[in-house]
Design a protein around this ligand. Sequence first.
Ligand SMILES: Nc1nc2c(ncn2[C@@H]2O[C@H](COP(=O)(O)OP(=O)(O)OP(=O)(O)O)[C@@H](O)[C@H]2O)c(=O)[nH]1
Ligand SMILES: [Mg+2]
Length: 687
Amino acid sequence: MAVFHNDKIRNIALIGHGGEGKTSLLEAMLFKTKMIDRLGKVDDGSSVSDYDQEEVARKMSISLSMAYAQYKDYKFNILDVPGFFDFEGEMVSALEVADIAIVVTGANGSVPVGAEKALEYCAEHNIATMIWVNGVNKENSSFDATVAAYKDMYGAKVLEIELPIMDGTTLKGYVDVISGVAYDNNGNAIDVPANLQDKLEEAKGALIEAAAESSEELLEKFFGGEDLTAEEIAAGVKTRLVAGEIYPIFAGVAVGAGCALTGLFNHLIELCPSPAEAKKKGYTVGGDHKEMIVTEDGKFAGLVFKTIVDPFVGKLLMFKVLRGKISIGDQAFNARAEENEKITALYVLRGKKQDNVDTLYAGDVGALAKLNYTSTGDTLCDPSEKVKFDEIEFPKPVIAFAVTSSEKGAEDKVIAGFNKLMDEDVTFKLEKNVETNEMLIWGLGEMQLDILVKKVKNKFNAAAVLKEPRVSYRETIKKTVEAEGKHKKQSGGAGQFGQCSIRFEPGAEDGVFEFVDAVVGGAIPRQFIPAVEKGLREAIPKGILADYPMVNLKATVFDGKSHPVDSKEIAYITAAKLAYQEGCSKANPVFLEPIMSIKIIVPDSYMGDIMGDLNKRRGRILGTDVAEGKAVVEAEVPQVEIARYATDLRSMTQGRGKFSMEFVRYEEVPMSQSQKIIDDFKKRTAQ
Ligand SMILES: Nc1nc2c(ncn2[C@@H]2O[C@H](COP(=O)(O)OP(=O)(O)OP(=O)(O)O)[C@@H](O)[C@H]2O)c(=O)[nH]1
Ligand SMILES: [Mg+2]
């Protein structure tokens, strides 16, 4: 395989809303450049990039995959990102190494939410972005209406760089706005169609103006009335694209007649940054934070951005070389694990296929295998020139389910399977809830978790079941009461006797339990007082109303009785437990529930809906703020009411809203809700 250096590499991420044609576009790019000799389809599971069993079954991408194409003497590393919201972590991985993002969007005259969110992410992270209007061959599609929709949202940032030449729903070629030259689908120059003349004029005018703003020199020329050359326009557009100031927009077809893509490839070469020209990478060295330009000067440094568990080669680590080069036989230092790794397997990828290479140079993207310590997010570098790249900020999990198995005793196998899948997907986690004794799986959405369940079945033959997790309620009392506990067993054999009077009241110094000994005159012999405390401590993990832990309980033992022979430790333990049961049930016991503080960010038009919904969830709004079209709502809501908020917020806002939450405190459960908890407890114990 040919060797590629920085200036001849383009690292591209295809992102955007689900189902708009990203995977199909990658397939078409590979076919066009003869990287594959048969054009696969998403719909029959034959595409290069949707190769996973679940991707084939669902006809959609689930995890990031990549392939490379060669066109002219350039190498295009193309990262195909799933569009569905649950897989946002895959987009984050891809955009960590892509030098240009292409938002693939359908030609139906609107901006889908997935595209909106992708553009927002790129803007926040300074990633150069273009917009590819896909499927202009579809019935009722319109490039113009789609461009208008984007201009409506993003204004003059959106600039046409190609105009598709349509004959009905057939794409015949395109007009290159920069040069003003029209091409047919074979790349031959043709006359600009009469119906596009005016549009070309207009689009070119806008492009020239935008290009001129890239430098003083061009601006002077522009205002001096001089024409900018095509090279100058292209250079200006590139500068502003890299700066994230404009969104060049073009169009084409990924499936069907007219799928030429020559304009796409040529514009990727002409306008898109090489790795060295793209956004710099933050890193630390010796405690200093710096930024790195991708260069072959210096010793190897690379970043692992994604892991795939391959049935044959094991953990396959996708990485980008950011400095120097890496070859088979090299030593690489893992800056997180602080371990050396020996490089024995180096590949470039085409979907699930791995092509061996000896060396990869700065700017290129490939994969490593057979490493012992390395995982997603890690920096690998030459041991003699250590650096550590900034951590990748993955989205935090927002929804939890309890995991069990449908097969008896197979829980361990299920958990082990999920643990292995964590190598591939860093956006979910497992957590044991020690109070409810449930194993929780946390993720970004129900589809992600559902797919993980399928994967543990497919890969590890473990049958996992997800169910609504139990809320960790607590119990406490509200009144002060006195109660007597008596345990007496005096028939046959050695007798047992213990009796104690205890005052139960709300309020314990540590918030959980406080024991006070107020017995005078030896009503209970000294040596048995600890038994009373022990009995209570054994009792409080289970409350009175259900089986939730009792908290904030102060117990004062103030009286009792004893027997010269039969008083025993065990008898006082039992007596204390009886007193607890009797006393606390009369002391107005109540449930306490976890209250979460939640911060929700939505486009401001949704604010009313969000607040109304929070009210229905027994939420307390703490504050709202509106700025730049976004509303921020802060509230406190009982946990039980927002267990599935990730799903509900998505449907309320079509995926535009996001939120984070954390536990703040426990609060008393209103009477109206308590019966539900008791019923649920009864149901559980009956099972
Ligand atoms: N007519 C037509 N259909 C297309 C075109 N591009 C994609 N499709 C179809 O649109 C559907 C979705 O395409 P995909 O390539 O899977 O879309 P995607 O963006 O990768 O979807 P996700 O991976 O789920 O985000 C498939 O049925 C494709 O055949 C196109 O240019 N023209
Ligand atoms: Mg896809």
